[in-house]
Design a protein around this ligand. Structure first.
Ligand code: NAP
Length: 534
């Protein structure tokens, strides 16, 4: 097979042209009004990946206006924190319903801004609804003060409480503009913080749409402020003013921001890049694994932090897997229409198209074989690139170890599972991994050996991504901290311990000699060990 064969898939050109821009253009101006502005704001015109047509004109505010937004958020924080957690949960539950009932508009916006297929856009709607529901139901329990055994039974009454941090700064990328906004902003609000968020300009409307729905659900306007501008202009203000920074984006930017935040000794979480491996064991259902690989590698055109870019297949099933995987990749329909016709959408920015093309061309130049895809598709739209499968990728090729962040995957064979595990772990990253086997016990065991924050068995990424009750995030250079689950909420709080001492003090009164006191305490400490419930 060669790259030329992928053209046999004959993707139906999407409905591109004025049609795609129309529903968004009508809403864009009203949504943009929700962003923070300032007397010195400049503007930037954004375009739709499917068409190159204008989507919105966005204000680009200054450092000073960004600091003013933080000041407003800081003023709003005490009254928001003073509301009950039950009240904040109700706001989130109303938001859950609004996101589902108004999904058509959200789907259009995400598709037009990010260029993804509608089914991929729906993943964002469902993830947003799941997160709103989870924190809308569990925040009160997770934030409730907890009694703990005190130093002296009965006499020391200890409680562990959680306080909001204050104003949380959230910086978001363009690839999952709605879901990542929800996953990072909603728990911060649930914990009683206010938020200043900088979404990426490319996909600002999706964040502004959720902001509008949150307002309808009962969130005070100053509790969540959306600031728009380049990180190089307003990034310092966000780092300086945040009481906690939640960043999602590339590893190099994450490292720079972590260095800046360290000087302030405020907390931060970083959700960064990945080079995620998938292991197909000898006993895997090969057809299911190949179907799973298609969504694991090509959902959102591979512009997904948890998508699979390396596949290790047992030699005994490698040829069969590769043939089935290539057949399915070649059959994917690419297109840019606002319906469920297309399987795969476009890349989001011209920089992404350049980066993906460069990785594939470089792999070819280093001797890699293109099994499927391998070409840009300007006939479908300006930023489309075929789903691409490579083999024989040598370590000298950039695609071997560097994140492509596009619809490109390299397939390798293995004979010994220990070797597959070692090669899967041989990366600077540790975000997501996938294991395929009919023996789920064995697959779970392999999962525990992988250095990745999430591992999916007989799935690529969706099982953990959709389970918002468990944390998601990266080991090694894929990040610090986690989103989702209890950790995704509690990271936005400061832990406070309060202990009330009654009766005797924990230091001896002057009248009792130290030796007598410590002997009594030693006996007491031995006794304490035997007390149940400590
Ligand atoms: P990026 O270049 O690091 O940018 C991410 C965000 O940070 C953008 O909004 C960007 O805005 C902003 N930014 C850049 N420099 C900044 C600065 N000095 N101060 C403040 N903000 C700054 O990443 P990207 O290319 O947009 O996103 C793709 C990357 O994100 C991939 O590596 C992907 O794996 C990763 N990602 C990770 C996760 C996860 O959960 N682990 C999820 C999604 C994406 P400007 O460009 O306007 O400055």
């Amino acid at each position: 097979m060669t790259g030329a064969d992928t053209k046999a898939a004959k993707p139906r050109p999407g409905t591109i042209g004025g049609v795609v821009g129309a529903p968004v253009a009508a809403r864009a101006d009203a949504l943009v009004e929700r962003a923070v502005t300032g007397p010195d704001a400049e503007s930037v015109t954004m375009t739709a990946p499917f068409t190159g047509l204008r989507t919105a004109v966005l204000p680009q505010i200054s450092d000073e206006s960004t600091r003013a937004a933080f000041a407003r958020a800081r003023r709003a924080q005490p009254s928001w924190a003073a509301t009950s957690v039950a009240h904040r949960q109700r706001v989130l539950r109303r938001l859950h319903e609004l996101v589902l009932s108004r999904q058509k508009e959200g789907l259009d916006l995400i598709q037009v801004e990010a260029g993804k297929a509608r089914l991929d856009a729906f993943d964002e709607i469902s993830a947003t609804a799941l997160v709103a529901d989870y924190y809308g139901r569990h925040s009160a329990r997770l934030l409730a003060p907890r009694r703990a055994p005190g130093a002296l039974p009965v006499l020391t009454r200890a409680t562990h409480t959680r306080q909001p941090r204050g104003v949380v700064g959230v910086i978001s990328p363009w690839n999952y503009p709605l879901a990542l906004t929800a996953m990072d902003v909603l728990p911060a609000l649930a914990a009683g913080n206010t938020v200043v968020q900088k979404p990426d300009n490319q996909t600002a409307l999706s964040a502004l749409w959720l902001h509008e729905l949150a307002g309808e659900a009962g969130l005070p306007r100053d509790a969540w402020q959306i600031v728009l501008g380049r990180g190089s202009v307003i990034g310092d203000a966000i780092v300086d003013e945040s009481d906690y920074l939640c960043f999602t984006g590339s590893t190099p930017t994450g490292k720079r921001l972590a260095t800046a935040v360290a000087g302030r000794l405020t907390g931060y979480s970083l959700e960064l890049g990945g080079k995620n491996p998938m292991i197909v064991l000898q006993d895997a259902d090969v057809v299911k694994a190949a179907a799973g690989a298609v969504s694991a590698c090509f959902a959102s055109a591979g512009q997904l932090c948890v998508s699979v870019e390396r596949i290790y297949v047992h030699e005994s099933v490698r040829r069969r897997f590769l043939a089935e995987f290539a057949r399915r990749a070649n059959a994917l329909v690419m297109g840019g229409s606002l319906d469920y016709h297309a399987d795969m959408g476009s890349l989001t920015t011209p920089e992404q198209l350049r980066a993906v093309s460069a990785h594939v061309d470089d792999a070819r130049a280093h001797g890699a074989t293109v099994v499927a895809g391998g070409n840009p598709r300007p006939d479908v739209g300006p930023l489309f690139y075929e789903p691409t499968i490579l083999t024989d990728v040598p370590p000298t090729a950039a695609a071997f170890a560097d994140e492509t962040f596009g619809p490109v995957v390299s397939v390798y064979g293995f004979t010994d599972v220990e070797d597959a595990i070692a090669r899967a772990n041989e990366t600077a990253y540790g975000l997501n991994a996938s294991v395929w086997s009919r023996d789920t016990r064995r697959a779970r065991h392999v999962a525990t050996r992988l250095k990745a924050g999430t591992v999916n068995v007989n799935e690529g990424y969706a099982a953990t991504f959709g389970t918002v009750a468990v944390p998601m995030g990266g080991m090694k250079e894929s990040g610090v901290g986690r989103r989702n689950g209890p950790e995704g909420l509690l990271k936005y709080t400061e832990s406070q311990s309060i202990a009330v001492q009654k009766g005797i003090r924990l230091r001896p009164p002057r009248a009792i000699p130290g030796a007598v006191w410590t002997a009594a305490l030693t006996a007491g400490l031995r006794l304490l060990r035997r007390l149940p419930g400590r």
